[in-house]
Design a protein around this ligand. Structure first.
Ligand SMILES: [Fe+2]
Ligand SMILES: [Fe+2]
Length: 281
């Protein structure tokens, strides 16, 4: 499927036939900040995937190829975002100190399972944010190109989440997993850090995406929690106090009727770009 997706990758173009029009300068600035954060996430995903692809290919050439093709998709997102930002009169900005430290630490990670788990959690946050933004941005013809950009990202990240679960399982199969307690500790730290990032991003991006902090934080906790409770073999457990702060419980998440975003069904539903309808996002 990744090979097939690759063949069609560059056929899709951003449609700027309707001029982009923002309500005011504050909205435009917030939009630039939103997509700059997206750009950094894509860039980091691309670099880590390609680094892993080279290492993993020595052990399992097929898995290595999957990782390379997956990285290429992030590379394509990065190109689209560069084009998009230029079009709205923005540019790729240097990262703030917190973001820079975060990515620097992540860039230094060497253990395969650390990289894959971190990436999986980033993808979950990314797809959650894009999906919510798609629902909350102003429904205005002047933002049609913005919605197209968000739709592409939401659709593709919905496929990347289950794909990264597959990578995590395959890495464990290859004996690249570290001690479960070490992994759980990393999961807890990232869980808290990503909830914190929801708070930080509101200052910069809310004037564009209109997502209130409680909505975003709860969605992060919900998806990061559900992700692993539904995939019991991965043996991660979300931190109860943080869930509780968001008004969620493990039992509630486990019993949730919505299929897990990382389920095989979710992957199959999102794999064929042409078949994914915007309403399903
Ligand atoms: Fe992406
Ligand atoms: Fe992705």
């Amino acid at each position: 499927m990744l090979r097939r997706r690759r063949e069609r990758l560059y056929e899709e173009k951003l449609d700027f036939s309707t001029p982009v029009a923002f309500a005011n300068e504050t909205e435009r600035e917030a939009c630039i900040a939103f997509f700059n954060a997206a750009f950094r996430a894509e860039e980091s995903g691309l670099t880590q995937a390609h680094t892993l692809a080279d290492d993993i290919a020595k052990l399992d050439p097929d898995l290595g190829e999957c990782l390379r093709l997956y990285g290429d998709e992030e590379g394509w997102h990065r190109e689209l975002l560069t084009e998009f930002l230029a079009h709205i009169g923005g540019e790729i900005r240097p990262m703030g100190p917190t973001t820079r430290t975060f990515y620097k630490l992540y860039g230094r990670a060497k253990r395969v399972d650390t990289i894959v788990l971190t990436n999986l959690m980033f993808e979950t946050i990314g797809s959650t944010t894009y999906r919510l933004a798609l629902r909350h941005v102003r429904q205005d013809p002047g933002l049609a190109a913005v919605r197209q950009m968000l739709t592409i990202l939401t659709r593709d990240e919905s496929f990347h989440v289950p794909l990264n679960v597959h990578f995590l399982r395959e890495c464990q199969r290859l004996g690249l997993g570290s001690h479960p307690r070490r992994q759980q500790a990393l999961y807890d730290v990232l869980f808290a850090a990503l909830l914190g990032s929801a708070y930080a991003s509101r200052r910069r991006a809310k004037a564009f995406d209109n997502i209130p902090f409680p909505t975003l934080a709860r969605a992060y906790a919900d998806h990061l929690g559900r992700l692993f409770l539904h995939e019991a073999d991965l043996r991660f457990s979300p931190p109860s106090p943080l869930l509780w702060m968001m008004g969620l419980t493990k039992t509630g998440l486990r019993q949730s009727e919505h299929p897990s975003v990382v389920s095989l069904e979710a992957a199959e539903a999102a794999v064929d770009r042409d078949q994914v309808s915007v309403t399903a996002l």
